[in-house]
Design a protein around this ligand. Structure first.
Ligand SMILES: *Cc1c(COP(=O)(O)O)cnc(C)c1O
Length: 396
Protein backbone atom coordinates (compact mmCIF):
# COMPACT_ATOMS: atom_id res chain seq x y z
CA UNK A 1 0.00 0.00 0.00
CA UNK A 2 1.49 3.31 -1.11
CA UNK A 3 0.03 5.26 1.82
CA UNK A 4 1.71 2.99 4.35
CA UNK A 5 4.99 3.13 2.48
CA UNK A 6 4.97 6.90 2.72
CA UNK A 7 4.60 6.74 6.49
CA UNK A 8 7.29 4.07 6.77
CA UNK A 9 9.68 6.24 4.80
CA UNK A 10 9.01 9.23 7.04
CA UNK A 11 9.70 7.09 10.11
CA UNK A 12 12.90 5.80 8.52
CA UNK A 13 14.03 9.39 7.95
CA UNK A 14 13.43 10.17 11.63
CA UNK A 15 15.39 7.07 12.58
CA UNK A 16 18.30 8.06 10.31
CA UNK A 17 18.44 11.42 12.09
CA UNK A 18 18.48 9.75 15.53
CA UNK A 19 15.08 11.30 16.17
CA UNK A 20 12.97 8.22 16.81
CA UNK A 21 11.48 8.25 20.30
CA UNK A 22 10.75 5.20 22.37
CA UNK A 23 8.24 4.83 25.15
CA UNK A 24 9.27 2.87 28.20
CA UNK A 25 6.55 1.15 30.17
CA UNK A 26 6.83 1.83 33.88
CA UNK A 27 5.64 -0.84 36.31
CA UNK A 28 5.57 1.22 39.49
CA UNK A 29 4.07 4.49 40.71
CA UNK A 30 5.81 7.72 39.72
CA UNK A 31 8.65 8.39 42.18
CA UNK A 32 12.42 8.71 42.52
CA UNK A 33 12.77 4.95 42.05
CA UNK A 34 10.78 3.24 39.33
CA UNK A 35 10.64 -0.29 37.91
CA UNK A 36 11.10 -0.57 34.16
CA UNK A 37 11.51 -3.84 32.24
CA UNK A 38 12.33 -5.68 35.44
CA UNK A 39 15.03 -3.21 36.53
CA UNK A 40 14.89 -0.65 39.29
CA UNK A 41 15.95 2.77 38.04
CA UNK A 42 16.70 6.05 39.73
CA UNK A 43 14.59 8.51 37.77
CA UNK A 44 15.50 12.14 37.13
CA UNK A 45 12.97 12.85 34.42
CA UNK A 46 9.49 13.35 35.85
CA UNK A 47 7.89 16.71 36.60
CA UNK A 48 6.72 15.48 39.99
CA UNK A 49 8.83 18.21 41.60
CA UNK A 50 7.55 17.80 45.13
CA UNK A 51 7.10 14.03 45.13
CA UNK A 52 3.31 14.25 45.51
CA UNK A 53 2.31 11.97 42.61
CA UNK A 54 2.22 8.94 44.90
CA UNK A 55 1.38 10.71 48.17
CA UNK A 56 -0.66 8.64 50.62
CA UNK A 57 -3.09 11.43 51.50
CA UNK A 58 -3.80 12.32 47.88
CA UNK A 59 -4.38 8.67 46.98
CA UNK A 60 -6.89 8.38 49.84
CA UNK A 61 -8.58 11.58 48.65
CA UNK A 62 -8.89 10.13 45.17
CA UNK A 63 -10.58 7.01 46.58
CA UNK A 64 -12.85 9.19 48.67
CA UNK A 65 -13.67 11.29 45.60
CA UNK A 66 -14.66 8.17 43.67
CA UNK A 67 -16.85 7.07 46.57
CA UNK A 68 -18.62 10.43 46.66
CA UNK A 69 -18.84 11.28 42.96
CA UNK A 70 -18.42 8.03 41.07
CA UNK A 71 -16.00 7.94 38.18
CA UNK A 72 -17.02 9.71 34.99
CA UNK A 73 -18.41 13.23 34.79
CA UNK A 74 -20.63 12.10 31.92
CA UNK A 75 -20.64 15.29 29.89
CA UNK A 76 -18.92 18.57 29.15
CA UNK A 77 -19.01 21.41 31.70
CA UNK A 78 -21.72 23.33 29.83
CA UNK A 79 -24.04 20.34 29.56
CA UNK A 80 -24.17 18.41 32.85
CA UNK A 81 -20.55 17.54 33.65
CA UNK A 82 -19.73 20.50 35.92
CA UNK A 83 -19.79 18.70 39.27
CA UNK A 84 -19.57 20.20 42.77
CA UNK A 85 -15.92 19.03 43.06
CA UNK A 86 -14.96 21.08 39.98
CA UNK A 87 -16.67 24.14 41.44
CA UNK A 88 -14.89 23.65 44.78
CA UNK A 89 -11.54 23.26 43.04
CA UNK A 90 -12.05 26.49 41.10
CA UNK A 91 -12.95 28.38 44.28
CA UNK A 92 -9.97 26.97 46.14
CA UNK A 93 -7.65 27.98 43.32
CA UNK A 94 -8.81 31.59 43.62
CA UNK A 95 -7.20 31.53 47.09
CA UNK A 96 -3.93 30.50 45.46
CA UNK A 97 -3.55 33.22 42.86
CA UNK A 98 -6.35 35.70 43.51
CA UNK A 99 -4.06 38.16 45.33
CA UNK A 100 -2.25 38.81 42.08
CA UNK A 101 -5.25 39.60 39.92
CA UNK A 102 -8.18 41.98 39.80
CA UNK A 103 -11.68 40.51 40.27
CA UNK A 104 -10.16 37.01 40.19
CA UNK A 105 -11.91 33.89 39.02
CA UNK A 106 -10.59 30.53 37.82
CA UNK A 107 -11.64 27.83 35.41
CA UNK A 108 -10.38 24.24 35.40
CA UNK A 109 -9.29 22.21 32.37
CA UNK A 110 -8.55 18.57 31.57
CA UNK A 111 -4.92 19.34 30.66
CA UNK A 112 -2.54 22.26 30.42
CA UNK A 113 -2.32 21.68 26.69
CA UNK A 114 -6.04 22.33 26.36
CA UNK A 115 -5.94 25.27 28.77
CA UNK A 116 -3.35 26.97 26.58
CA UNK A 117 -5.34 26.35 23.41
CA UNK A 118 -8.38 27.78 25.19
CA UNK A 119 -6.72 30.90 26.55
CA UNK A 120 -5.13 31.99 23.30
CA UNK A 121 -8.10 31.22 21.09
CA UNK A 122 -10.49 32.65 23.68
CA UNK A 123 -8.69 35.98 24.11
CA UNK A 124 -8.45 36.54 20.36
CA UNK A 125 -11.78 35.04 19.25
CA UNK A 126 -13.69 38.30 19.03
CA UNK A 127 -11.12 40.36 17.13
CA UNK A 128 -9.98 39.43 13.64
CA UNK A 129 -7.14 41.97 13.92
CA UNK A 130 -5.80 40.55 17.20
CA UNK A 131 -2.04 40.05 17.40
CA UNK A 132 -0.07 37.54 19.43
CA UNK A 133 3.50 38.10 20.61
CA UNK A 134 5.03 34.77 21.46
CA UNK A 135 8.34 34.11 23.24
CA UNK A 136 10.76 32.04 21.17
CA UNK A 137 11.12 29.21 23.70
CA UNK A 138 7.41 28.80 24.44
CA UNK A 139 5.91 25.38 25.03
CA UNK A 140 4.35 23.58 22.04
CA UNK A 141 0.85 24.04 23.46
CA UNK A 142 1.22 27.84 23.35
CA UNK A 143 2.51 27.65 19.80
CA UNK A 144 -0.40 25.44 18.82
CA UNK A 145 -2.85 27.78 20.57
CA UNK A 146 -1.56 30.67 18.48
CA UNK A 147 -1.89 28.58 15.30
CA UNK A 148 -5.41 27.49 16.16
CA UNK A 149 -6.43 31.09 16.82
CA UNK A 150 -5.37 32.08 13.27
CA UNK A 151 -4.37 35.46 14.70
CA UNK A 152 -1.25 37.18 13.38
CA UNK A 153 1.61 35.84 15.51
CA UNK A 154 5.07 37.32 15.94
CA UNK A 155 7.79 35.42 17.73
CA UNK A 156 10.18 37.53 19.80
CA UNK A 157 13.69 36.27 20.65
CA UNK A 158 14.20 34.62 24.03
CA UNK A 159 13.90 37.15 26.90
CA UNK A 160 14.50 40.03 24.47
CA UNK A 161 12.54 42.90 26.03
CA UNK A 162 13.66 45.60 23.55
CA UNK A 163 12.58 43.40 20.62
CA UNK A 164 9.18 42.82 22.20
CA UNK A 165 8.81 46.52 22.95
CA UNK A 166 9.50 47.40 19.31
CA UNK A 167 6.85 44.91 18.16
CA UNK A 168 4.28 46.23 20.63
CA UNK A 169 5.00 49.83 19.61
CA UNK A 170 4.57 48.99 15.95
CA UNK A 171 1.32 47.11 16.48
CA UNK A 172 -2.00 48.76 15.69
CA UNK A 173 -4.05 45.84 16.98
CA UNK A 174 -6.75 46.57 19.55
CA UNK A 175 -6.20 43.13 21.09
CA UNK A 176 -2.55 42.42 21.88
CA UNK A 177 -1.62 39.19 23.63
CA UNK A 178 1.90 38.55 24.91
CA UNK A 179 2.44 34.87 25.70
CA UNK A 180 5.27 33.33 27.69
CA UNK A 181 6.33 30.34 29.76
CA UNK A 182 7.27 31.42 33.31
CA UNK A 183 9.88 28.68 33.75
CA UNK A 184 11.18 27.54 30.37
CA UNK A 185 10.55 23.83 30.28
CA UNK A 186 13.74 22.75 28.49
CA UNK A 187 16.07 25.42 29.97
CA UNK A 188 14.81 25.85 33.53
CA UNK A 189 15.35 29.63 33.65
CA UNK A 190 12.68 32.21 34.50
CA UNK A 191 11.12 34.73 32.11
CA UNK A 192 11.69 38.38 33.12
CA UNK A 193 8.06 38.68 34.18
CA UNK A 194 8.17 42.01 36.08
CA UNK A 195 9.61 43.74 33.01
CA UNK A 196 7.27 41.89 30.63
CA UNK A 197 4.30 42.93 32.73
CA UNK A 198 5.42 46.58 32.76
CA UNK A 199 5.62 46.49 28.96
CA UNK A 200 2.18 44.90 28.70
CA UNK A 201 0.61 47.49 30.98
CA UNK A 202 2.27 50.28 29.04
CA UNK A 203 0.95 48.95 25.71
CA UNK A 204 -2.40 47.72 26.98
CA UNK A 205 -1.62 44.08 26.19
CA UNK A 206 -2.62 40.88 27.94
CA UNK A 207 0.23 38.93 29.52
CA UNK A 208 -0.51 35.20 29.37
CA UNK A 209 1.81 33.36 31.76
CA UNK A 210 2.17 29.58 31.47
CA UNK A 211 3.33 28.53 34.95
CA UNK A 212 3.35 24.77 34.33
CA UNK A 213 6.71 24.43 36.08
CA UNK A 214 6.18 27.13 38.71
CA UNK A 215 2.79 26.33 40.18
CA UNK A 216 3.34 24.53 43.48
CA UNK A 217 7.12 24.77 43.13
CA UNK A 218 7.72 28.54 43.32
CA UNK A 219 6.71 31.07 45.97
CA UNK A 220 6.84 30.73 49.75
CA UNK A 221 3.37 29.17 49.78
CA UNK A 222 3.75 27.36 46.48
CA UNK A 223 1.38 29.75 44.75
CA UNK A 224 3.72 29.93 41.77
CA UNK A 225 5.58 32.53 39.81
CA UNK A 226 3.22 35.43 40.54
CA UNK A 227 3.94 34.95 44.24
CA UNK A 228 7.66 34.50 43.51
CA UNK A 229 7.86 37.90 41.79
CA UNK A 230 5.05 39.46 43.82
CA UNK A 231 3.20 40.62 40.72
CA UNK A 232 -0.29 42.03 40.55
CA UNK A 233 -2.11 43.31 37.50
CA UNK A 234 -5.45 43.22 35.70
CA UNK A 235 -3.46 42.43 32.51
CA UNK A 236 -2.35 39.03 33.84
CA UNK A 237 -3.86 35.80 32.55
CA UNK A 238 -2.37 32.92 34.51
CA UNK A 239 -2.25 29.24 33.50
CA UNK A 240 -1.15 26.65 36.06
CA UNK A 241 -0.95 22.90 35.54
CA UNK A 242 -1.97 20.38 38.18
CA UNK A 243 -0.10 17.31 36.94
CA UNK A 244 3.43 18.48 37.75
CA UNK A 245 4.23 19.81 41.25
CA UNK A 246 0.59 19.29 42.29
CA UNK A 247 1.00 15.59 41.48
CA UNK A 248 -2.45 14.88 40.05
CA UNK A 249 -3.48 16.12 36.59
CA UNK A 250 -5.39 18.86 34.83
CA UNK A 251 -4.87 22.60 34.73
CA UNK A 252 -6.55 25.91 35.38
CA UNK A 253 -6.64 29.47 34.17
CA UNK A 254 -6.98 32.39 36.57
CA UNK A 255 -7.77 35.93 35.45
CA UNK A 256 -10.29 38.73 35.73
CA UNK A 257 -13.80 37.28 35.94
CA UNK A 258 -14.63 38.75 32.52
CA UNK A 259 -11.78 36.82 30.93
CA UNK A 260 -12.96 33.60 32.58
CA UNK A 261 -16.56 34.20 31.48
CA UNK A 262 -15.23 34.72 27.94
CA UNK A 263 -13.44 31.37 28.06
CA UNK A 264 -16.58 29.61 29.31
CA UNK A 265 -18.59 31.11 26.45
CA UNK A 266 -16.06 30.92 23.63
CA UNK A 267 -13.15 28.58 24.23
CA UNK A 268 -13.73 25.45 22.16
CA UNK A 269 -11.13 23.31 24.02
CA UNK A 270 -13.27 23.95 27.11
CA UNK A 271 -16.70 23.63 25.59
CA UNK A 272 -16.30 20.55 23.41
CA UNK A 273 -14.75 18.05 25.77
CA UNK A 274 -15.95 15.87 28.62
CA UNK A 275 -15.17 17.28 32.06
CA UNK A 276 -12.47 15.42 34.01
CA UNK A 277 -13.60 12.78 36.51
CA UNK A 278 -14.69 14.81 39.55
CA UNK A 279 -12.66 12.54 41.86
CA UNK A 280 -9.54 14.13 40.37
CA UNK A 281 -10.79 17.57 41.36
CA UNK A 282 -11.57 16.21 44.81
CA UNK A 283 -8.04 14.75 45.14
CA UNK A 284 -6.61 18.10 44.05
CA UNK A 285 -8.20 19.81 47.05
CA UNK A 286 -5.94 17.68 49.26
CA UNK A 287 -2.95 18.32 47.02
CA UNK A 288 -3.51 22.08 47.27
CA UNK A 289 -3.71 21.88 51.06
CA UNK A 290 -0.40 20.03 51.09
CA UNK A 291 1.24 22.53 48.73
CA UNK A 292 0.25 25.48 50.89
CA UNK A 293 0.90 23.87 54.27
CA UNK A 294 4.01 22.96 56.27
CA UNK A 295 4.65 19.88 54.17
CA UNK A 296 4.76 21.91 50.97
CA UNK A 297 7.10 24.43 52.57
CA UNK A 298 9.42 21.62 53.74
CA UNK A 299 9.34 19.89 50.35
CA UNK A 300 10.18 23.08 48.45
CA UNK A 301 13.10 23.64 50.85
CA UNK A 302 14.45 20.11 50.24
CA UNK A 303 14.10 20.58 46.51
CA UNK A 304 16.10 23.82 46.64
CA UNK A 305 18.81 22.07 48.71
CA UNK A 306 19.08 19.33 46.06
CA UNK A 307 19.31 21.93 43.28
CA UNK A 308 22.19 23.58 45.19
CA UNK A 309 23.87 20.20 45.72
CA UNK A 310 23.77 19.43 41.99
CA UNK A 311 25.03 22.90 41.17
CA UNK A 312 28.01 22.55 43.48
CA UNK A 313 28.81 18.97 42.57
CA UNK A 314 28.78 18.98 38.78
CA UNK A 315 32.18 19.35 37.10
CA UNK A 316 31.39 18.80 33.45
CA UNK A 317 34.44 18.94 31.26
CA UNK A 318 32.93 19.18 27.81
CA UNK A 319 29.29 19.95 28.30
CA UNK A 320 27.64 23.22 29.12
CA UNK A 321 25.39 23.87 32.09
CA UNK A 322 22.49 26.21 31.55
CA UNK A 323 21.98 28.76 34.31
CA UNK A 324 18.92 27.41 36.10
CA UNK A 325 17.93 27.66 39.75
CA UNK A 326 14.78 25.57 39.33
CA UNK A 327 14.22 21.80 39.45
CA UNK A 328 14.87 21.70 35.69
CA UNK A 329 18.64 21.33 35.24
CA UNK A 330 19.63 20.91 31.59
CA UNK A 331 23.06 19.84 30.39
CA UNK A 332 23.67 21.09 26.87
CA UNK A 333 25.47 18.60 24.63
CA UNK A 334 24.49 19.78 21.16
CA UNK A 335 24.81 16.72 18.95
CA UNK A 336 21.77 14.38 18.78
CA UNK A 337 23.79 11.17 18.66
CA UNK A 338 26.12 12.16 21.50
CA UNK A 339 23.13 13.14 23.61
CA UNK A 340 21.51 9.77 22.95
CA UNK A 341 24.75 7.95 23.83
CA UNK A 342 25.04 9.89 27.09
CA UNK A 343 21.41 9.12 27.95
CA UNK A 344 21.93 5.43 27.13
CA UNK A 345 25.12 5.24 29.21
CA UNK A 346 23.31 6.68 32.23
CA UNK A 347 20.44 4.28 31.67
CA UNK A 348 22.86 1.35 31.65
CA UNK A 349 23.96 2.48 35.11
CA UNK A 350 20.35 2.59 36.29
CA UNK A 351 19.94 6.37 35.97
CA UNK A 352 16.99 7.57 33.92
CA UNK A 353 17.53 11.08 32.57
CA UNK A 354 15.61 12.58 29.66
CA UNK A 355 17.61 13.02 26.44
CA UNK A 356 15.95 15.90 24.61
CA UNK A 357 16.36 16.42 20.88
CA UNK A 358 14.80 18.56 18.18
CA UNK A 359 12.04 19.42 17.55
CA UNK A 360 11.50 19.79 21.30
CA UNK A 361 14.62 22.00 21.34
CA UNK A 362 16.34 23.92 18.54
CA UNK A 363 18.60 21.94 16.17
CA UNK A 364 22.14 21.67 17.56
CA UNK A 365 21.02 22.11 21.17
CA UNK A 366 20.21 18.53 22.17
CA UNK A 367 20.59 18.08 25.88
CA UNK A 368 20.16 15.93 28.94
CA UNK A 369 17.31 17.31 30.99
CA UNK A 370 17.76 16.44 34.64
CA UNK A 371 14.73 17.13 36.79
CA UNK A 372 15.01 16.99 40.54
CA UNK A 373 12.25 16.21 43.00
CA UNK A 374 11.84 16.71 46.72
CA UNK A 375 11.36 12.94 46.71
CA UNK A 376 15.06 12.41 45.91
CA UNK A 377 17.59 11.90 48.70
CA UNK A 378 20.99 13.62 48.88
CA UNK A 379 22.58 10.21 48.31
CA UNK A 380 20.60 9.72 45.11
CA UNK A 381 21.61 13.12 43.78
CA UNK A 382 25.24 12.34 44.72
CA UNK A 383 25.01 9.15 42.62
CA UNK A 384 23.81 11.20 39.64
CA UNK A 385 26.57 13.79 40.08
CA UNK A 386 29.28 11.10 40.13
CA UNK A 387 27.89 9.44 37.01
CA UNK A 388 27.56 12.69 35.05
CA UNK A 389 31.03 13.92 36.00
CA UNK A 390 32.57 10.61 34.91
CA UNK A 391 30.61 10.56 31.66
CA UNK A 392 31.61 14.08 30.72
CA UNK A 393 35.29 13.02 30.96
CA UNK A 394 34.92 10.20 28.45
CA UNK A 395 35.45 10.68 24.75
CA UNK A 396 32.45 9.19 23.01
C1 LIG B 1 3.55 20.32 30.65
C2 LIG B 1 3.35 21.68 30.07
C3 LIG B 1 2.14 22.07 29.54
C4 LIG B 1 1.01 21.10 29.32
O1 LIG B 1 0.43 20.73 30.50
P1 LIG B 1 -0.32 19.32 30.57
O2 LIG B 1 -1.18 19.41 31.76
O3 LIG B 1 0.76 18.29 30.69
O4 LIG B 1 -1.08 19.17 29.30
C5 LIG B 1 1.99 23.37 29.14
N1 LIG B 1 3.00 24.25 29.22
C6 LIG B 1 4.20 23.90 29.69
C7 LIG B 1 5.29 24.91 29.77
C8 LIG B 1 4.43 22.60 30.14
O5 LIG B 1 5.62 22.23 30.58
Amino acid sequence: MELLNQLKQQLQTLDDQQLIRKRRTVDSPCGPRVRVEGRELLAFCSNDYLGLANHRKIKLALQEGAAIYGVGSGASHLISGHIRAHAMLEERLVQFVGDHLEAPRTISFCTGYMANLAVITGLTAGDKQAEIFSEELNHASLIDGARLSRAKTQVYPHADLPALEALLKASKAATKVVVTDSVFSMDGNLAPLPQLLALCEQHDAWLVVDDAHGFGALGAQGHGVLEHFNLRSPNLVYMGTLGKAAGVGGAFVAAHETVIETLIQKARPYIFTTATPPALAHALLTSLDLLEGDEGIARRASLQALVAQLDEGLRLERWQRLPSKTAIQPILIGDNAETMRAGAALYEQGLWVGAIRPPTVAPGTARLRVTLSAGHTRQEVATLITALNALALERT
